[in-house]
Design a protein around this ligand. Structure first.
Ligand SMILES: *[C@@H]1O[C@H](CO)[C@@H](O)[C@H](O)[C@H]1NC(C)=O
Ligand SMILES: *[C@@H]1O[C@H](CO)[C@@H](O)[C@H](O)[C@H]1NC(C)=O
Ligand SMILES: *[C@@H]1O[C@H](CO)[C@@H](O)[C@H](O)[C@H]1NC(C)=O
Length: 224
């Protein structure tokens, strides 16, 4: 098999695997990035110093918003700031998240704490969080609507979903192994065919040469 042939079949194989992966299992995308579009705080708990506002979800690191220091000012973001994306949402499960202000003396002050769910985002991937006298925040998440739907599922359903995912992954692996096996078999057959053809050719040539020798001998004996 020529180098070019081998190269193109390898590229084709890779393409096939990715095609199977993405066309059959789009639901495997299981997390979506959430960005902060804008934030406005209506209240400042710290009176002397500038406030340090941060966002945090339960069990995750906090994200400090370094620009947000004044109340009644709308801070808009491009979504490419160093601390973006703000967080990630996984399929179905909501997260307990909040906006807080660091407090020098007491425990940190809470602007708002709520259940952050992928289903809160509307068709254009936006979600507005508003709490009177505290804050007004808009979030952006373009992938949230393509996450598996039904964010209000119960624990039992989540278990089912996990099982479905398992089955999907197993099916995917089996398919991949099958594809590799079939391609390997086709390649082996092609190789065998080529080898056989070469052997046949060699045998044929040899016959020819032997025939030549015979002719030479005949000519020799005739001329004598
Ligand atoms: C939280 O921050 C620590 C140290 O900066 C880092 O090692 C860890 O991976 C972070 N965890 C998450 C969930 O981002
Ligand atoms: C989604 O919400 C945003 C912010 O409230 C709004 O501007 C936009 O029109 C909404 N899109 C749809 C399709 O409802
Ligand atoms: C919240 O912020 C958005 C974006 O800046 C703005 O369009 C909206 O009017 C604000 N809502 C309130 C109640 O202030």
């Amino acid at each position: 098999m020529s180098i070019r042939n081998r190269l193109s079949s390898r590229i084709f194989f890779r393409f096939l695997v990715w095609w199977i992966f993405f066309s059959w299992f789009p639901g495997l995308i299981s997390s979506a990035e959430v960005r902060l579009d804008s934030i406005e705080i209506f209240n400042k708990h710290e009176w002397i110093l500038n406030p340090t506002v941060y966002f945090a979800c339960k069990g995750e690191n906090m994200t400090i918003l370094p620009d947000v220091t004044k109340k009644d000012v709308v801070y808009s973001f491009k979504g490419e700031e160093s601390w973006q994306p703000l967080t990630e949402l996984k399929s179905k499960k909501c997260k307990r998240c909040g906006f807080y202000e660091k407090d020098t003396f007491k425990s940190d002050d809470v602007f708002n704490e709520w259940e952050f769910c992928a289903s809160d985002f509307n068709a254009s991937g936006k979600y507005v969080l508003f709490k009177e006298k505290e804050l007004n925040v808009t979030f952006d998440c373009q992938d949230c609507k393509s996450l598996p739907a039904g964010a209000t599922g119960t624990g039992v359903e989540t278990g089912n979903d996990g099982n479905k995912m398992h089955v999907a992954i197993i099916v995917l692996i089996v398919l991949a192994v099958l594809t590799v096996t079939i391609i390997a078999m086709v390649m082996a057959y092609k190789y065998w065919q080529k080898k056989k053809r070469q052997q046949d050719q060699a045998r044929f040539l040899k016959l020819f040469e032997e025939g030549d020798d015979l002719e030479d001998e005949l000519e020799l004996s005739n001329s004598i």
